[in-house]
Design a protein around this ligand. Structure first.
Ligand code: WTA
Length: 656
């Protein structure tokens, strides 16, 4: 690990914002610090008992052995003797209280139609859809893939799976047919739930058409349930007989009630695919009780979510943030969740602020890339609306630079609302490092401290703690309930990726520094994972797609810093000699990546070079490519096509 000093962040590490007038609405019901300092496992057991409704309450906290190579799951067990059902916790228990008629989900589509589902509506629909799934032969442990836009049925489908113990795998609606196919085949799902389409920036996203293309090579899928959004006339949607059925028809045909399946704590809840350092996406497996404990508690701690709030997390359900902080965490707390289907700039760049005003949103949780985009659009769009309902702002997905933090704080929050910068991962399941608003003083650009029940540290290459202010690897010192338990079908890779670098400790893959006050400053990934607009992409995944194109001999992809998206992919390509080079090839390769993964992976630049710079042992010199892409080495990268230039650069780098 390079012992470089923080630069961009240095200036703000001493800026502390303490909001004296800001009051929590939800009291912290226990003294976290005392509890966490003693025994973290007992601490979490108390939290699990306090936040969840159990069929059989657990008495055991934790059993674990750090996984080693060759070890198999299950290797960790949280609340092992408990039984519960997640759908019961997110829905049924609320309808037994005054929340029965409270809005659970307020939804607005991009064209502007509105639907409100109360907890009782959700209760009815989840049970019906659970019966639909049972009728299609889905049983406990079976996998169901969900490929939907941001519509309330996405929540219904996820909760219906949880109700019967089926494992859902939600695939982001912006992923292409190929990406969907790969994920269906890896999970071996028997049912796919999709829609005729969704709206994005005024156009239709043809989900069913993508699904049909994917399903040409998905032998495990026996049934497809299609929601009719009405983006197309139902008679125009091709329905394969025997395989495809309409959601609304199936919902009419089933009985209204379906009791929740009692699940053991460690029974799987869902698989969610995320990019890692290799070409193949990793299916992170989350389990029932630990996951729900983590998300239910952190939602209340970090967002101070109360009954009066209208809470809006802008993440798509296709990502972990959508799972944990649109669906499971807020609904477990009986909250009112606002959901919006479409783009922030449709029909105009003030859409988000119009929605905040219209629904009186009190808590907004979004990504730095969105904040930077809004910053670029300018304050005029924000000023068109009254945002006084807001009382708390959140950030997630990538480091938030102090400039964007301060813009968010001033222009959106009116210097009234704490900004909670939340660090976590698909693997951690729930937020790990974040302020407790009303308690933790804020420092713009820092995610502050680990939450109660977590212990983090920053280590050097040999596993020793670095001194405060130095850069190192961020690790978590002990297991926590919401952690991913394995990579679906590849436990060896799980052990290798997360538990081998520093044995017994969880390796996050992120670089960080911890300052003298114990505040963490996240400094990005240390591996070949890109973070593009808060979405994780693997350089290897992009490279292996590019080399499948007939023009490409070799490909190297790196992340270049981008003022709005954080990072963007840049590809360096050597072309096959037999391939006739033509002017449109760069665009063709960009489109090729979009077709195979989705628009979020589109390379910002494609450079053709006569050779790729390599070390003597044949490894691509990514640092050199990164420097070239950032403009540190060459002003004009087109000269790269000259092999002499590359040789010269490699020489320079070796001599460094
Ligand atoms: C990055 C998203 C800095 C980090 C919840 C992590 C962050 C990866 C932050 C996980 C933050 C997420 N500050 N970096 N507040 N939040 N990251 O799995 O590199 O999509 O490892 O989970 O995003 O991305 P994932």
């Amino acid at each position: 690990m390079e012992q470089e000093k923080r630069s961009a962040l240095d200036f703000s590490s001493d800026v502390v914002i303490q909001l004296d007038h800001w009051q929590r609405r939800t009291p912290l019901q226990i003294d976290f610090r005392d509890s966490a300092q003693g025994n973290h496992a007992q601490f979490w057991l108390h939290i699990a008992q306090q936040y969840l409704t159990w069929i059989v309450p657990p008495t055991r906290a934790l059993r674990w052995q750090p996984p080693q190579s060759g070890s198999k799951p299950p290797w960790v067990e949280w609340f092992g003797d408990g039984e519960l059902n997640v759908a019961e916790n997110c829905v049924d228990r609320h309808i037994r209280t005054w929340r029965r008629n409270k809005a659970a989900i307020i939804w607005e589509s991009e064209p502007g139609d509105v639907r409100v589902l109360t907890y009782f509506d959700l209760y009815r629909q989840v049970q019906r859809f659970a019966n639909v799934l049972l009728g299609l032969g889905v049983r406990k442990g079976d996998r169901v893939t969900i490929y939907l836009p941001m519509i309330p049925e996405a929540a219904v489908a996820m909760l219906a799976c949880a109700r019967i113990g089926a494992i859902h795998s939600v695939v982001f609606g912006g992923f292409s047919a190929e990406a969907l196919r790969e994920r269906i085949n890896d999970s071996q799902s028997s049912v796919l739930i999709t829609a005729d389409g969704g709206w994005r920036r005024g156009s239709i996203v043809p989900l069913k058409r993508n699904a049909d293309q994917a399903l040409e090579q998905c032998p495990s899928v026996r049934h497809v349930v299609v929601i009719h959004r009405g983006v197309e006339d139902a008679t125009h949607v091709p329905m394969q007989s025997g395989r495809d059925q309409w959601w609304h028809r199936l919902m009419e045909e089933v009985p209204p009630s379906c009791p929740p399946e009692p699940m053991e704590s460690e029974d799987p809840l869902f698989i969610l695919y995320t990019s890692g350092t290799t070409g193949k996406p990793k299916g992170q497996l989350h389990t029932t009780a630990g996951y729900l404990t983590g998300v239910a508690a952190t939602t209340q701690w970090v967002f101070d979510l109360a009954d009066e709030d209208v809470y809006w997390c802008t993440a798509d359900i296709g990502w972990i943030t959508g799972h944990s902080y649109v669906i499971y965490g807020p609904l477990a707390n009986g909250a009112t969740v606002f959901m919006y289907e479409g783009a922030p700039d449709y029909p105009d760049r003030d859409r988000w602020w119009a929605l905040v005003e219209k629904y009186g949103v009190t808590i907004l949780y979004t990504a730095p890339t969105a904040i930077r985009t809004m910053m670029r659009w300018g304050e005029e769009y924000v000023r068109r609306h009254n945002l006084e309902s807001l009382r708390l702002l959140g950030s997630v997905g990538e480091p938030i630079n102090p400039e964007a933090w301060l813009w968010y704080w001033e222009n959106i929050g009116g210097k009234r609302c704490p900004v909670v910068d939340t660090w976590w991962q698909t693997e951690t399941g729930c937020i790990v490092i974040a302020p407790l608003p009303g308690i933790t003083p804020l420092k713009p650009g820092s995610a502050t401290r680990p939450l109660p029940g977590f212990r983090a540290s920053v280590l050097d290459d040999s596993g020793d703690r670095v001194t405060p202010g130095r850069r190192g690897y961020l690790v978590l010192e002990h297991p926590w309930p919401a952690m991913s338990r394995t990579i679906w079908g590849d436990h060896a890779r799980y052990v290798e990726t997360y538990w081998s670098r520093f044995p017994g400790k969880y390796f996050t893959g992120d670089a960080a520094t911890c300052d003298r006050d114990g505040y963490y400053w996240l400094l990005g990934r240390t591996d070949d994972v890109l973070n593009v607009a808060g979405h994780r992409l693997s350089t290897m995944e992009l490279e292996s797609i590019l080399v499948e194109h007939p023009a490409v001999a070799e490909a190297a992809v790196i992340g270049r810093t981008d003022a709005v998206k954080g990072q963007v992919p840049v590809a360096f390509i050597t072309v096959r000699e037999s391939f006739p080079m033509h002017a449109g090839l760069a665009d063709e390769l960009k489109d090729y990546v979009v077709e195979r993964i989705g628009a979020l992976a589109r390379p910002a630049e494609v450079h053709f070079t006569a050779e790729l710079p390599k070390t003597r042992s044949g490894k691509i010199m990514r640092r050199l490519l990164r420097d070239i892409a950032e403009g540190h080495v060459l002003g004009d990268t087109t000269t790269l096509a000259d092999p002499g230039v590359v040789k010269h650069l490699v020489q320079l780098y070796r001599e460094e």
